[in-house]
Design a protein around this ligand. Structure first.
Ligand code: ADP
Ligand code: MG
Length: 251
C-alpha cells in the first residue's frame, strides 16, 4: 500500500515545495520508493529542486490531463546520487501556452485521482507526495481527500492564520487520517517550543516541526535539496522529524 501525503499551504511562497522535496529525499534516504507529483499546475516549481530542466520537456502532468499518455509516462526518475531508495517526479509544464490552456479550458479533475492511484501501483511506491497549489481549489480538495496524511505549512504570520484554519477544517471534514502543521520561516529569535505549543493549541492539531527562517535555505534558493547538501544541519533533522510524522514509522 502506498501512503499518499499532501503538502499544502493557504498562501504561496510558504515553503511547500522545499518541504515536499526534502521529505522526499529523507524518505528515499531510508530506502523507500517515493513519487512526487507537482499539483501546482498554475505555478509549478518543484522540478527546479530536483534539477529537472524544462527545455524540451514534452511529458508532464498537463499532457496526461489532456489524454496524451498515461501519468507513468510523465514520471521521470530524479533519484540523487548516493540515495538508497528512489524518487520519481511528475513535473507540471512551465510553458506559458500549456498553463494558459489549463486556465482557459480546465481539465477533468477526476483524471488526477485515477492517474495518481495508478502511478502508485505501477511504480510500486511506498509514498506518494503531492505538492499542491496554495489556497483551496478542486485539485487541492481532491488531493487532500485521497491523502493518508496532510502537512499544512504556515508561517508565523497573521496573514497565514485564518487560511490555515480553513484547511484544517477541510481536512477534518474529509476525514484525513493524519494532519500535521509545519511552522516554516520562523524567526530565529522566536522560541520554537513556545511557537509549537501556541500553534498546536490554536488549531488543535499537532505541530510536526518548527523550521527556522534559515540563511542556508535562502542561500540554496531552491537550487538543490537541503537535506542532501547539509545532512548534519539542525534543519535537516527537522525534515526527518516531519517525515516520521507523515509516514508513521521509520522504514
Ligand atoms: N525555512 C526557510 N528558510 C528560509 N527560506 C525558505 C525556507 N523555506 C522556504 N524558503 C524559501 O522560500 C521560497 C519559497 O519556497 P517554496 O518551497 O517554493 O514555497 P511554496 O512552494 O509554498 O511556494 C524559496 O525561495 C525558498 O528557498
Ligand atoms: Mg511550490
Amino acid at each position: 500500500m502506498t501512503s499518499i501525503v499532501s503538502v499544502h499551504s493557504f498562501r504561496g511562497g510558504t515553503g511547500k515545495s522545499n518541504t515536499t522535496a526534502n521529505v522526499a529525499a529523507v524518505l528515499a534516504g531510508r530506502g523507500l520508493r517515493v513519487g512526487v507529483v507537482d499539483l501546482d499546475i498554475l505555478s509549478p516549481g518543484i522540478h527546479v529542486l530536483f534539477g529537472v530542466d524544462q527545455d524540451g520537456l514534452d511529458h508532464h502532468l498537463d499532457g496526461y490531463l489532456w489524454g496524451r499518455y498515461p501519468l507513468r509516462a510523465a514520471a521521470r526518475e530524479v533519484t540523487p546520487p548516493g540515495v538508497a531508495g528512489r524518487i520519481w517526479l511528475v513535473p507540471s509544464s512551465v510553458a506559458p501556452h500549456d498553463i494558459a490552456r489549463i486556465m482557459a479550458e480546465g481539465y477533468d479533475v477526476g483524471l488526477l485521482g485515477e492517474g495518481v492511484r495508478s502511478l502508485a501501483v505501477e511504480l510500486e511506491l511506498d509514498v506518494l507526495l503531492l505538492d499542491t497549489h496554495p489556497g483551496l481549489n478542486e485539485e487541492t480538495l481532491l488531493s487532500i481527500a485521497m491523502s493518508d496524511a496532510l502537512a499544512i505549512v504556515l508561517r508565523p504570520d497573521h496573514q497565514d492564520y485564518e487560511g490555515t484554519h480553513v484547511t484544517v477544517q477541510v481536512a477534518r471534514r474529509l476525514a484525513v487520517p493524519r494532519t500535521v502543521l509545519v511552522v516554516n520561516k520562523t524567526p530565529e529569535s522566536f522560541d520554537a517550543d513556545a511557537v509549537a505549543q501556541r500553534v498546536t493549541e490554536a488549531y488543535d492539531t499537532p505541530v510536526a516541526a518548527v523550521v527556522p527562517h534559515s540563511e542556508e535555505l535562502m542561500v540554496l534558493s531552491s537550487g538543490g535539496i537541503f537535506v542532501l547538501r547539509h545532512p548534519d544541519h539542525p534543519v535537516a533533522a527537522l525534515y526527518a522529524q516531519l517525515a516520521d510524522h507523515l509516514v508513521g514509522v521509520r522504514a
